[in-house]
Structures are given as C-alpha cells and as structure tokens.
Design a protein. Structure first.
Length: 140
C-alpha cells in the first residue's frame, strides 16, 4: 500500500491480436491436415442378411472383416466410420446369386471386395478387404 492507495498486481492477458493469429494458424493447420489423403484400415463386424427361406442359421469362418479405405481426412470424421457403425451387412442372396445352390460358399478377397464396392455406402472410399484371405459361409 502506497500512501492510502492499494496496488493490485494485474495479470496481463495476451493481446487480442495474438489470439486471433493463433486461431488463424490453428485453422490453417487443421485444414491442411484434413485435406491430405489417408489410407486407413478398420475392423467391421459381419452381419449376415437375406438367408434363403429353407435355412435358419448360418456359420461364418470369420466374424470380422478388416476393410481398407482411402480418402481425405475430413471424410473419416464422418459418423459412418465411427466405432459403433462398423458393422457390414452381407446379403447371402446377393452374394450367392451367381453360384449353384449349396450349403457352403467360400469367397476370396476379390469376391468380397467386388461385393462391398457394389454397396452404396462404400463405393468411393473403399479400397479392398485386407483380412481375412477368404470368408466361408455355411448355411444350416
């Protein structure tokens, strides 16, 4: 205290210009990072749909597929790539319509990749099925 006056230690805040420059720099960095093309692989749970009428159960050789995608980083922020949406529906009727009727079907990577590319959700960003090498569907 100086002769009846109280002296306060003021905390100096960064000038507004610094904050504006920081926000602009961060926005530029984020835009640059999100505009690059990335290749990522995600595990998807397999859900079998459209079983033929006389079959009630299905057995799979693998319950997950590892799918590879390639797109700009901004696309991977989309909810379709979120953990809770990583389920892929494989239609037995659509996948087996070119095959003879039997109880067991085996699809290699190329067959699975071609089928998944035909699905509207994955046509542009989807690259390939990374794992497994083949998927066997046994109808019971």
């Amino acid at each position: 205290m100086v002769r009846g006056k109280t002296v306060y230690n003021k905390i100096k805040l960064p000038p507004l210009a610094f904050l504006i420059c920081f926000v602009i720099a961060f926005s530029g960095w984020a835009l640059f990072k999100l505009s690059k093309i990335y290749t990522v692989s995600y595990s998807y749970a397999v859900n079998i749909t459209d079983l033929p009428a006389n079959y009630k159960e299905v057995a799979l050789s693998d319950s997950t597929l590892v799918l590879t995608f390639q797109a700009k980083g901004i696309h991977f922020i989309s909810s379709k790539y979120s953990e809770k949406n990583r389920v892929i529906d494989l239609s037995v009727k659509d996948m087996t319509k070119l095959y003879r009727k039997k109880n067991s079907y085996t699809f290699n990577n190329k067959n699975l990749t071609d089928y998944i590319k035909s699905l509207s959700d994955y046509e542009e960003e989807f690259v390939q099925v990374k794992e497994p090498e083949s998927l066997t569907i046994d109808l019971q």
